[in-house]
Design a protein around this ligand. Sequence first.
Ligand code: MN3
Length: 212
Amino acid sequence: MAIHRLDPLPYAYDALEPYIDEQTMRIHHGKHHQTYVDKLNAALEKHPELARKPLEELLADLSRVPAEIRGAVRNHGGGHYNHRFFWPTLKKDVPARGAVVEALRATFGGFEEFKQRFAQAAAGLFGSGWAWLVMNGNQSLEIMTTPNQDAPPSQRLVPILGLDVWEHAYYLKYQNRRPEYIEAFFHVIDWERIDALYREAMSRESETAARR
Ligand code: MN3
């Protein structure tokens, strides 16, 4: 029984043109993301007791996932988690503002400085993976990268912003010009959603801190 499923994009495939092209979005969402979902479900079929657990919980403690499917959960579960996070954070031409932007200025010494450091991290990642802005357990923002489909919850980090830098995310339009794709990404960040994720993470962390 398929437990995890691929949600439709919350916008049209061509909604991010010209920054991210329609064909890339169709293949990326309909083929690549679908494959992560299918392979995750196939792995979980062997362990139905895990299938009912939220994906985030499985990724947060991979050592508790049976060894025979641990790699599949890490790669395909991570792939599903990362892409499910990514799609709804994209929207064209949303002004960068809100509490998260204030926090970025305070943390990185300016919004442009943040952009530069995030872009450097994304451009410098060797091979396939993701660049992230995450919140750590001290309610601080950090820029980091993960290889392949490794997901922030596996490091106890809460994703606030993420960028897929696998070639499948940009090759049709940008070929080897990853920096141009990264530059284009800054035009399609839904800052309203990023701000909501930031506020949510802040209040969740405060609750956790209060319980400690
Ligand atoms: Mn991808």
